[in-house]
Write a protein that binds this ligand. Structure first.
Ligand code: MF3
Ligand code: CO
Ligand code: CO
Length: 266
């Protein structure tokens, strides 16, 4: 197991795939609404990805049957699109991974359907902030444990659970590369980040316990063990000499996610 460092040329190729994923996520934000099914979201992501001349990486990945992961309410990650109808008050993570000309871009966000509960706002905004706190410690020489600690100390400080069963990852010519990026940990522990590494940071934050169970029937859908709400955000990040570059940064505001909490905060 070894980290695959990217050359400047590879980084620019990766950025193209990452920007496609970011734009597809923006499209999801434009379209998502109560009354849609998660299969409708799958069709939207599949068609937008193929239209770009790219491939939706989840499709047939280790047997995953759809083109995107859609994870509603207590679903932590890896929800499979199907006939479930989105309803007012739901939160849903949509996780888009685009494969284009040999490189992967991986990004996700949690969206609000209609009017959110106070708990929905709390867990969703905490997950968004936790991801950013993890990103902000990234730089050449920082430790993987610094990322985990930044996320864990913030989320646990709010009384929230940080999922341990699923982690971020290196990414590039493969969907999942070394290293594993844990969203919990201690400062100055683990491997050191070096410029040219490309990783995802994708914390899953729960209102209650951090523990999860994977669906016994479909072998994919992970739910919180206590049935509490879970939220997640994900970016693909390049480690640089002085900090980080968010390769999946969006060229616009993510509708039905960014700015929604302000509208409904009590
Ligand atoms: N996109 C997920 C991640 O962030 C992986 C999904 S694997 C799938 O790593 F098979 F469920 F698509
Ligand atoms: Co990922
Ligand atoms: Co992902």
């Amino acid at each position: 197991m070894a980290v695959d460092f990217k050359s400047p040329r590879e980084i620019e190729q990766m950025r193209v795939a990452c920007q496609m994923a970011a734009e597809t996520l923006l499209l999801v934000g434009e379209q998502i609404r109560a009354g849609m099914t998660t299969d409708d979201l799958n069709t939207l992501v599949h068609e937008d990805t193929v239209r770009r001349g790219a491939y939706p990486a989840p499709l047939n990945y280790r047997g995953f049957p759809k083109s995107v992961c859609t994870s509603i309410n207590d679903v932590v990650c890896h929800g499979i699109p199907g006939p479930q109808v989105l309803k007012d008050g739901d939160i849903i993570n949509v996780d888009v991974t685009t494969f284009y000309k040999g490189f992967y871009g991986d990004t996700s966000a949690t969206f609000y359907i209609g009017r959110p509960s106070a708990d929905a706002i709390k867990v969703t905004e905490a997950a968004r902030n936790a991801m950013m706190k993890g990103i902000e410690v990234v730089r050449d020489g920082a430790y993987l444990g610094d990322i985990g600690h930044a996320i864990q100390s913030y989320a646990e400080g709010l009384g929230l659970g940080v999922v341990r069963d699923f982690v971020g990852h290196g990414i590039g010519r493969k969907f999942h590369e070394d290293p594993q990026v844990k969203h919990y940990g201690r400062p100055k522990t683990g491997e050191r980040l070096r410029a040219g590494m490309t990783i995802t940071i994708e914390p899953m934050i729960n209102i209650g316990t951090y523990q999860c169970d994977v669906d016994r029937a479909d072998k994919w859908t992970a739910r919180t063990a206590d049935g509490s709400l879970s939220a997640q955000f994900e970016h693909t990040i390049l480690v640089t000499k002085t900090g980080y570059d968010i390769l999946t940064a969006r060229p616009g505001v993510l509708k039905n996610s960014e700015n929604v909490a302000n509208l409904f905060a009590i």
